[in-house]
Ligand binder design. Structure first.
Ligand SMILES: [Zn+2]
Ligand SMILES: [Zn+2]
Length: 289
């Protein structure tokens, strides 16, 4: 079970001068709703709870969660959407009214709830997402952030159900073995410089090649390098000149004190590096599979 109390403490530990306290404070409120949602999953019936089916294609590089069969409990998900909507958009209707409105808007867009939830984690924009966001008077990407942040605890739970690390030792792909999403950060650990990727959606972390671009597979050392602002900083952007992609990276060997890594928080800490990498012409590409 993930120890969330430690992860909240991380927020207080971060005192780096380049971190915007307002960004952390904003995310902390999102985090609180996610923790409550995560804990609520334990109250669901076994039939409605997250579960991870095994399938044969895993050894051929197909992640465990197959989008086509992913079903998220509807009452739990709409409750999360309501609370996240209150925070992000100041919804001022009752929860029952919100659920009724959501249902009606989905019907008008010709969509369904599960379609919306799966799209938020995986889908490209399509006629449903465009129509639905128009009905809500929201930008498509704002809609995606709202839904993704609301249902993220479901993915945490799925990753938490994994108790067999051996199974992932052979996973050498640049995308998550659990849910197939791209990494949000890489983490370098220990003197040998082991490199781990942390999933953008479910937080699962898996070991990978130290000198290999996760997007294009490039292993040419001359085309892989770091961008960073301060030599002693543990935070940097790992860039590939082959495909012009970048991945934010933490070198824990440069840490002044030990602390647990919570990838979403680390990403907020490193937002300045996002801007730096993009200014240099690199993009944060999703890893295709
Ligand atoms: Zn994942
Ligand atoms: Zn590359």
């Amino acid at each position: 079970m993930t120890d969330f109390s430690n992860e909240i403490a991380v927020l207080k530990d971060i005192t780096l001068e380049y971190v915007d306290a307002a960004d952390l404070d904003r995310y902390r409120k999102i985090f609180d709703i996610q923790i409550a949602g995560f804990n609520a999953l334990d109250q669901l019936d076994a039939s409605a709870s997250p579960c991870l089916p095994e399938h044969r294609e895993f050894t051929r590089g197909v992640p465990l969660i197959r989008q086509a069969v992913l079903e998220i409990d509807a009452p739990w998900a709409t409750g999360q959407l309501y609370r996240m909507g209150e925070l992000l958009y100041g919804l001022d209707v009752s929860e029952d009214q919100f659920k009724a409105d959501l249902k009606e808007q989905l019907v008008r867009a010709g969509w369904d709830l599960n379609g919306l939830l799966v799209w938020a984690a995986y889908g490209r924009n399509n006629e449903f997402s465009r129509k639905f966001s128009d009905l809500l008077d929201l930008d498509s990407e704002d809609l995606r952030v709202w839904v993704r942040e609301s249902i993220r605890p479901w993915y945490w739970k799925l990753a938490d159900l994994q108790t067999d690390p051996v199974k992932y030792e052979e996973w050498s792909h640049g995308y998550c073995p659990i849910c197939g999403n791209s990494p949000v950060i890489a983490v370098l650990k220990e003197e040998e410089g082991f490199r781990f990727l942390s999933c953008n959606m479910c937080n699962f972390s898996w070991r990978t090649h130290r000198l290999r671009c996760g997007v294009c597979g490039n292993t040419d050392e001359k085309k892989l390098r770091y961008l960073f602002t301060e030599h002693e900083s543990p935070h940097r952007a790992h860039v590939c000149d082959g495909c012009k992609s970048y991945l934010l990276t933490i070198d824990t060997r440069k840490w002044k004190f030990e602390r647990r890594i919570y990838p979403r928080i680390e990403h907020i800490v490193m937002l300045f590096l996002d801007a730096l990498a993009q200014r240099e012409g690199f993009t944060s590409s999703p890893v295709e599979h």
